[in-house]
Design a protein around this ligand. Structure first.
Ligand SMILES: Cc1cc2nc3c(=O)[nH]c(=O)nc-3n(C[C@H](O)[C@H](O)[C@H](O)COP(=O)(O)OP(=O)(O)OC[C@H]3O[C@@H](n4cnc5c(N)ncnc54)[C@H](O)[C@@H]3O)c2cc1C
Length: 396
């Protein structure tokens, strides 16, 4: 049972809350980034209050495809080139560190998160795709992600679910999947048990600069603080703009589909080099099909499924893994993902707003969530994150 506070319990203003000499740290956003940051801060003994506009896990963190990635995403690698791939290496290290944390997360949070590491298989159909995949694998390996290149002859035996004719597979054994519906709530529960306060249904919180530090205002409450973690996902842009801070970040509607239940036949997270595709079979047998195809936005700003992109995505899935062709799609849904053009995370204290720490991992924030949150929790406490990752690459 979660012990969230709601706005009724916070109808009075809460001014500086002190326990000993400590002043509460405020986390804005109750997705994976915010809930995990609250947990690592609370576990370290930091007093923390998380403010969530609606319900915990209501947006991208609870609507994503559940892939645990470590490979460099293929489409930007092809579009932006090998130089970009090398620039992306620190993110690969962050993903690797995060996947190592995912391996221990169920024990850490005492929760079943349906984490499974079956490995990820990127499939190429042409000589050119094979060349790009091999170049990318070299960069990944240098960043510590074991990547095996599998030729056509062996691929049929290793991945019998694939359509015949594949030229190459790039297999990263550390990749996997988890159930997004379970993860942020488990972090929220752990954070609450460790002493964090979580305020839900708070409406959009706003930050105001004060002579000393900041105040955070939400429906029914406000709090003064010197340290804020902004973990607002796709809503980060408007929140920072209200402070006069403009970052080159995007909010992009994308869509995912899920099939009816099937017997287990897809042990890997599967990608296609030809076009955007991710596929994986969840523990219950359903197959999730995504890859980042864009959805639409209605006049009120709400995302809805783009039927043409859905058809393209599903056709690609059937061409790559013919076994899904006979399965019915039971649901397709859109959600808004936090993006950046260069795909690089932004993690750290904002130079234009000392005391405000941004936790923003674009496109891959589910995979990288635990490590990013652990790192931000360290930074908030003035510590250097203990990970083999160059965090200077992510400085805001
Ligand atoms: C369809 C889809 C599929 C994806 N698939 C994958 C995948 O397979 N693997 C992967 O690694 N990543 C995937 N992603 C990306 C990943 O889901 C996101 O990068 C990640 O969940 C972002 O987490 P977050 O906590 O930063 O943001 P969110 O989960 O969006 O949470 C932000 C929270 O902040 C709250 N909030 C915002 N503004 C305010 C405010 N002013 N006051 C109070 N609260 C506020 C929101 O209500 C929200 O709950 C996918 C994303 C989408 C949309």
């Amino acid at each position: 049972m979660l012990r969230y506070a709601n706005k009724c319990e916070h109808s009075a203003h809460i001014w500086i809350r002190k326990r000993g000499s400590r002043v509460t740290t405020v986390v804005i956003g109750g997705g994976l980034a915010g809930c995990a940051a609250a947990w690592y801060l609370a576990r370290d003994g930091v007093e923390v209050t998380l403010i969530e506009a609606g319900e915990v896990n209501q947006l991208a963190s609870g609507s994503n495809a559940g892939s645990l990635h470590a490979q460099i995403p293929h489409e930007p690698f092809v579009l932006k080139g090998e130089g970009w791939g090398r620039m992306f290496s620190p993110t690969v290290r962050l993903l690797r560190a995060s996947l190592a944390m995912w391996a221990g997360l169920e024990a850490e949070l005492d929760a079943d998160l349906e984490v499974k590491f079956g490995g990820g298989m990127l499939v190429g159909q042409t000589r050119e795709e094979a060349r790009q995949i091999a170049a990318k694998a070299e960069i990944q390996r240098a960043a510590g992600v074991e990547t095996e290149l599998i030729g056509a002859a062996e691929l049929a035996g290793r991945a019998p679910y694939l359509a015949p004719g594949a030229e190459i597979g790039a297999f990263a054994p550390i990749e996997g999947k988890a159930n997004p519906l379970l993860v942020a709530p488990a972090f929220a529960r752990a954070a609450t048990a460790a002493g964090a306060t979580i305020v839900t249904r708070a409406g959009k919180a706003a930050i105001v600069r004060e002579r000393q530090g900041y105040s955070v205002h939400w429906t029914g409450g406000s709090i003064a603080t010197r340290r804020i973690v902004v973990a607002a996902g796709a809503a980060t842009g408007p929140l920072l703009e209200s402070l006069g801070i403009h970052l080159a970040i995007d909010a992009v509607p994308i869509q995912v589909s899920v099939t009816e239940l099937a017997e287990p036949f897809l042990p890997h997270l599967v990608y296609a080099a030809a076009e955007k595709l991710t596929m994986k079979q969840a523990r219950n047998g359903s197959v999730l099909i995504g890859g980042g195809w864009e959805a639409c936005i209605d006049a009120r700003g709400r995302p809805y499924v783009n039927a043409a992109n859905l058809a393209t995505n599903l056709a690609l899935a059937c061409r790559t893994v013919p076994g899904v062709a006979s399965l019915s799609i039971v649901r397709s849904w859109p959600a808004i993902v936090n993006g950046t053009d260069d795909w690089m995370p932004i993690l750290g204290e904002l130079p234009a707003a000392p005391g405000i720490f941004l936790s923003y991992v674009p496109w891959l924030g589910f995979s990288a969530g635990p490590a990013a949150a652990r790192a931000i929790a360290s930074m908030v406490q003035g510590k250097v994150p203990e990970m083999d990752v160059d965090f200077r690459a992510f400085a805001p």
